[in-house]
Design a protein around this ligand. Sequence first.
Ligand code: PEP
Ligand code: MN
Ligand code: NA
Length: 625
Amino acid sequence: NVVKASLKKKPDYFAPRTRNFTVKNLPASVRAFVEESVELCRPSDVHVMDGSERENKLIIEKLINDKTIVKLTKYKNSYLALTDPRDVARVESRTFICTTNKSDAIPTPANPSIKGSLGNWMSLQDLEKAVDERFPNCMQGRTMFVIPFSMGPVGGPMSKIGVQVTDSPYVAAAMRIMTRVGEPVIENLQEGADFVKALHSVGRSPNMIPSWPCDPERTIILHKPECNEIISYGSGYGGNSLLGKKCFALRIGSTIAKREGWLAEHMLIVGITSPHGDKKYICAAFPSACGKTNLAMLESALPGYKVECVGDDIAWLKYNAKTKMLHAINPEAGFFGVAPGTNWKTNPNAMASMQENSIFTNVGHTSDGGVWWEGMEKPAEGITITDWLGKPYTGKAGHPAAHPNSRFTSPASQCPIIDPLWEASEGVPISAILFGGRRPEGVPLVYESFDWEHGVLVGAGMRSEATAAAEHRGKEIMHDPFAMRPFFGYNFGHYMSHWLSQQTRHGEIKLPKIFHVNWFRKDADGKFLWPGFGDNIRVLDWILRRVDNDCSIIEATPIGYVPKEGSLNLEGLSPQPDMKKLLSVPKDFWKKEAESIEKYLKEQIDKDVPAQVLNQLQALKERLS
Ligand code: PEP
Ligand code: MN
Ligand code: NA
């Protein structure tokens, strides 16, 4: 009866101001999920999101009353959220894939003394226990928001629907930016149709702060790919709590994609129009905080080129029978970008995207009601800054204004260079896939794989310096295959086989060419050799000429094709970069690199490494010897 009452009750701050979009109106399967969640979590009332402007105003009002956010008077409809300082990033060590058989979820290392680094597994029994220890009554005194959301344009053939229940109004407001939320989604969800169930609570702990409740000691993020469920407890932060993003679009998404024959990837999508008016789309997979958002919104340093953004973080790629190519959609509707380093020079389009209707998290607050972070243009004379911990910003080393993983959350539609086809429900045809990372040493600015199978090895061998996007420390070079290490929903060995199967499973197919890029190579003094940002168009230009099969611009090396001397357009670039250094493929370095990839694959993935990948590795070693 308590449950019944809470299901009926509309939170005071909504009633009677929003219209009657209640649990009763939901399809039976969604209603059952909401009722079960209420039974378990015992919120005081329930609000089903209709996605309206009016509703958003009321959620924002509540967040202001709760002191979770403050209004940023300098911008229209924009807010600053400051989290509990213990809840600032994804927590990879507490993120689990839960399946009947462990080997479906993660690879089995070659011997028991090796700790697996390709995801964490938990049994379904232990999951039940973890839920029982955390969720009963966890929403007491709080409103449960029911968020029907679509990943991809509502009703599109490549789109998928989810329903998240959460006790966090911050999550409700951010999900509204990051996904398509509300009534149209429910209208589209036919009785009996599949949807992903996503249960989220920020939890409660004895020492939590009222403005940002959370339970850092017991945070846990659980995925059940066998029944398309996500259960997340203890954190209100981004990737842990906006369950459409990493949990659904990548982890659960990749398992659905495996079953259905497509790919769910940690990739940006951009359209590039050449000076001749020829337009092509490419995807690029870089680890978190390695510049996906910057490349996705690039302002060309070469005249005549136009870059347009489809997405900055996630791509769902599926074979299209008409074009016989892989087509990609961006399943998201917003950007959840890393703030530090973003400015009007490095990424003017991101800056323009966040001038209104945005939520900033853990950045500095200026005395004129704006935001500031490391790398942003200096604020005007006389303006002071309060740091993300609420203290006066002094510029003292070790006390940044913004947390290194602070974020902006902005609607994709506000990006000045958003692609006209960014919401095309059949996706855009992909001509090239780029892999990349932060590699100070040895890895050339760009190289092309010899073919798709070799490209799979290039993706599998990806490594990058650790960043602030998760709990890792220091600048250690970590393996991050396909930039998916934190996001695989199933065994990475099976994932490689699934990539390889794209060659044959659809019949005739024109697969994208695969490249590796590295904007981050340094000289002996530790200075970057390549200017990056808008000048990266020079590399994209070469890539697009390769997509057109121009064979006069390549030179074969043991690791792949690199640009032939003089074939990169460096016009107007000053100073001229040292292309010899940027494109060199040092043999000793690469012998060690191949060894470490081999060690990684053999130790971590062992018998699940596909034979083709081992053959490719063998061939690489032979070319290097
Ligand atoms: C996150 O950390 O919350 C997140 C969304 O990850 P990423 O940095 O990969 O976008
Ligand atoms: Mn990401
Ligand atoms: Na993060």
